[in-house]
Design a protein around this ligand. Structure first.
Ligand SMILES: Cc1cc2nc3c(=O)[nH]c(=O)nc-3n(C[C@H](O)[C@H](O)[C@H](O)COP(=O)(O)OP(=O)(O)OC[C@H]3O[C@@H](n4cnc5c(N)ncnc54)[C@H](O)[C@@H]3O)c2cc1C
Length: 832
């Protein structure tokens, strides 16, 4: 056996095999795959093999698209039939809201280029007469997907990998990882059969590897423990049943191709044809999480007992939808562990805190995702970055606050939510409230309806004070939800009066020490601010795309306060710490401290915000302390508001006169109460994240995770003024080399009367697809819909007229000047 390799992939399921295959395909010569048992002996062996395109996430749709295209080519490449049946996939809707959901999904499909068709109940009945359609609204049909044999496709990828030089070793279990500073020493143990169990023998080896990828399926918790990590990949039970042949289906098939895969989302199941009968796969309520602390040795390619009671409702609804299935008996059943994560997406990317350690864990649609996950992860490893922004799948999207109990509860919820209506304004209820800022109860009393960002409860909007428990849930919609009027009033209040926003969830780091300034100058694109001043700046990936947006405050020559998006605390912390570790020898000592949970943040904004603060500020000359002279725009001052020492930043993400009030978290309630008293005479309104998101689009402020990500450079994002090309910085040459592939624009949209775009819609010019929205909403200032997105560079000129697809229709959208509201920043700079 080889004892030194470039990359060691652990786990011979669909995912690990695909990664090994793609690493070799991307040009790495020396790749080894280790499997503790046999290839496909994990979850892969008992998967039903469905390959659904349908997914609400942009990155995941690209991943699924790659898999489906790749699987169709494997036989030609390897000579092995991957067992792909391209039978199509009919996703039915029982309600209008479900059709609306499909239309929203279709926006993502359209932007990626996934083919789909709309079908009426009559069209469905005509093509597939076994399906009952009298209670359907319609369906979306994918002609190019279907199902595959999971073992066959894995074996085909394994053969393809071997053909490209990958070594595959079976019956070796990884038992230890040791990082030497330049490579991993991985201790492996020969596994042997004993009394039907697979157990470790005395035989051990050490393999050294430059890179390690773990794709250990249901064993993710053991892997995490060996690596000293916490990851929320824990399996949940998933069952499917196989029926005896259905005579009606057998008869129909005599003169027809295979039946397409059926999905009755409102009934929470998929059904596909299997040897003249049906496979029913329900996503039922109450499926329990399993093995939160690891898979026992005694559990190999095993299954749990079928729990028919749990799926009775779904079983009955299959009979309703396919009446002929009532007569057929059960032939087989499968109840296996399916790995989940709290948001249902896998964890793909660099492991937190570790070097050259890559995770590919927590796959719940792992057969569908394996091909694309391997492709994009290999790009990330070999080229330094993937073509798509992998941030939404990054393992560090869950921070250290995450626990086993949290993962169990959320993973069960994610499983149960596979077929719920995925409203774009959805907020899931499990494990809440968990992370709350001190003012949480006070906000709740005022009617706050909370959303979750990185575990934090953050007001989305303030609804009626006595709203029933179900208010927010009932307010959700694919059009303008019941919350819209509250958010619209909040947006108006900030433009015309004054509003207060809780921004405590912001990620905050202190970067200090003799090397701090030189490091940050190299790490970020903009000039560093002078002491007391603030700059907006970007850290880039090696590939020159945007990794993180920072508001940098210079507190002293060698003391910097960095504020970045709240959703990405662990993601930002890991990147920053690793960069510091790398560059400290060159720049001198640099200390990094994550102070996110030590500082609360309230943002006060609006033309009357100074008036409110003037009532509270303590100073020898209180009347001038907030004036432009003493406190100019883009500066930071330590001020006292009542009895609270506040680090005030004169910035406002809403684009209005305003301050961010960073305060010691333990004094938050005192500050809240004083602000509420001082704000009352000015009619200060409490404002949530939804209104803020609309307001920032009126100012063309890009947001991280939508306009800003690892698939575009800051120049493509139109942020040239924050990129100082006269200095050297990390990623500069790569950024310049990319050029401008597409350009970020702001659009004013004449959309439907009752709906705004959500930020995933396709843009057209002359009938041709030319871009996509990344954000959307309502503009209080312009009285119409607004959006931001990326278009072909030649169409980015203000005044360009485009079309935007919403609800299957095309609507007028016009590219406007950046910052359509207050382009000269007059209100932000106003004096007083
Ligand atoms: C009943 C059921 C139906 C399903 N149907 C579908 C479907 O229709 N479509 C779909 O896309 N997905 C489906 N899934 C999910 C799918 O099975 C998984 O997402 C997929 O198999 C995950 O692949 P994987 O490679 O990540 O994990 P696995 O297949 O579990 O592979 C992990 C491998 O790692 C090995 N391993 C673990 N630890 C070590 C170690 N320390 N050293 C060496 N080797 C190690 C294990 O032995 C195992 O072989 C279904 C799941 C279930 C339970």
């Amino acid at each position: 056996m080889k004892t030194h390799v470039k990359a060691l992939v652990i786990g011979g399921g669909a995912v690990g095999t695909s990664i090994a295959y793609h690493l070799a395909k991307a040009g790495w010569q020396d790749v080894m795959l280790l499997e503790r048992d046999e290839l496909t002996s994990g979850s892969t062996w008992h998967a039903a093999g469905l390959l659904p395109y349908f997914n609400m996430s942009y990155a995941t749709t690209w991943i699924h698209d790659h898999s489906i295209k790749l699987y169709k080519t494997l036989e030609q490449e390897t000579g092995l039939d991957a067992g792909f049946f391209v039978v199509g996939n009919l996703r039915m809707a029982q309600t209008k809201a479900r059709m609306d959901e499909y239309m929203l999904y279709a926006s993502t499909a359209e932007t990626v280029g996934v083919p789909f068709e709309w079908m009426t109940p009559a069209q469905i009945k005509e093509r597939w007469p076994l399906v009952r359609t009298d209670d359907l609204e319609g369906a979306i049909y994918h002609p190019t997907d279907g199902y595959i044999n999971p073992a066959d496709v894995t074996m085909a990828m394994a053969k393809g990998a071997r053909q490209r030089g990958v070594t595959i070793e079976r019956k070796w279990q990884v038992d230890g990882y040791d990082w030497t500073g330049s490579e991993w020493r991985v201790t492996i143990t020969k596994m042997v059969e004993k009394g039907g169990n697979l157990v470790p023998s005395e035989e051990q080896q050490v393999i050294t590897a430059e890179h390690v990828v773990t794709a250990t399926g249901n064993h993710a918790q053991r892997t995490a423990r060996l690596l000293g990590l916490k990851i929320p990949a824990i399996p949940v039970e998933h069952q499917f049943i196989v029926t005896e042949p259905d005579p009606a289906l057998v008869e129909w098939r005599k003169s027809n191709e295979q039946h397409p895969v059926l999905r009755d989302a409102d009934a929470k199941w998929y059904v596909r044809e299997e040897r003249g009968g049906w496979i029913l796969g329900p996503y039922e309520r109450g499926a329990p999480a399993r093995f939160p602390y690891g898979v026992p040795d005694s559990f190999r390619a095993d299954l749990f007992p079928l729990d028919l009671d749990r799926i009775e409702e779904e079983y009955m609804s299959m009979i309703h939808r396919i009446p002929s299935s009532e007569e057929v008996g059960l032939k087989d059943d499968f109840n296996g562990p399916i790995c989940y994560t709290p948001d249902g997406n896998p964890l793909i990317g660099p492991a937190p805190g570790l070097r050259n350690m890559w995770l590919a864990e927590g796959f719940s649609f792992g057969i569908t995702a394996a091909g694309g996950a391997g492709h994009y992860l290999a790009q990330l490893m070999v080229e330094g970055e993937a073509e798509i922004d992998m941030a939404s799948l990054d393992p560090k999207r869950f921070g250290d606050w995450m626990t086993t109990d949290y993962a169990v509860v959320k993973n069960e919820e994610a499983y149960e939510h596979v077929y719920i209506l995925h409203h774009p304004d959805e907020e899931r209820p499990a494990a809440r409230p968990l992370r709350t800022s001190p003012a949480y109860d006070r906000q709740k009393e005022k009617g706050a309806q909370f959303g979750v960002v990185n575990g934090w409860e953050r007001p989305n909007y303030y609804g009626p004070v006595d709203a029933p428990e179900s208010f927010d849930h009932d307010a959700r919609s694919f059009q303008r939800g019941g919350w819209w009027e509250y958010a619209a009033a909040e947006a108006k209040a900030i433009r015309e009066g004054v509003g207060l926003i809780d921004a405590t969830a912001f990620t905050k780091h202190m970067v200090t020490g003799p090397g701090a300034a030189a490091f940050l100058d190299w790490f970020t694109t903009n000039k560093l601010p002078k002491v007391g001043r603030i700059n907006l700046t970007y850290a880039l990936t090696d590939a020159g795309t945007t990794r993180t947006e920072y508001t940098i405050v210079r507190l002293a020559e060698d003391r910097f306060y960095l504020v970045s998006a709240g959703a990405w605390s662990a993601y930002d912390a890991d990147f920053l710490r690793k960069a510091v570790e790398d560059r400290e020898p060159e720049f001198g000592r640099i200390d990094v401290q994550d102070v996110t949970t030590q500082w609360g943040v309230f943002a006060i904004a609006g033309p009357r915000s100074r008036e409110v603060l003037n009532r509270l500020v303590r100073d020898a000359e209180p009347s001038t302390v907030l004036s432009n002279k003493r406190f100019p725009w883009l500066s930071c001052r330590e001020i006292e508001l009542g009895m609270v020492p506040v680090r005030a930043l004169r910035v406002a993400y809403t684009g209005e006169l305003g301050w961010e009030l960073h305060h010691p978290i333990e004094m938050q309630n005192h500050l809240w109460d004083r602000l509420m008293e001082a704000g009352a005479p000015s009619g200060m309104k409490l404002v949530g994240a939804r209104a803020q998101n609309w307001l920032r689009q009126e100012k063309s402020y890009r947001a991280f995770g939508t306009e800003l990500g690892r698939d575009a450079t800051p120049l493509e994002a139109g942020l040239d003024r924050f990129v100082d090309l006269s200095k050297e910085f990390h990623g500069k040459a790569a950024m310049e080399g990319i050029g401008i592939r597409s350009k970020c624009v702001t659009l004013l949209i004449d959309g439907p009367r009752d709906a705004d775009p959500w930020g995933r819609e396709a843009l057209y010019a002359g009938g041709e697809k030319v871009g996509r929205l990344t954000s959307g909403g309502w503009s209080a200032a312009f009285g119409k819909s607004i959006g931001m997105g990326y278009v072909r560079p030649d169409l980015a000129t203000p005044g360009t007229k485009l079309k935007l697809r919403m609800f299957r229709e095309l609507w007028d959208a016009e590219v406007c000047e950046d910052s359509p509201y207050d382009p000269t920043n007059a209100t932000i700079r106003s004096d007083g």
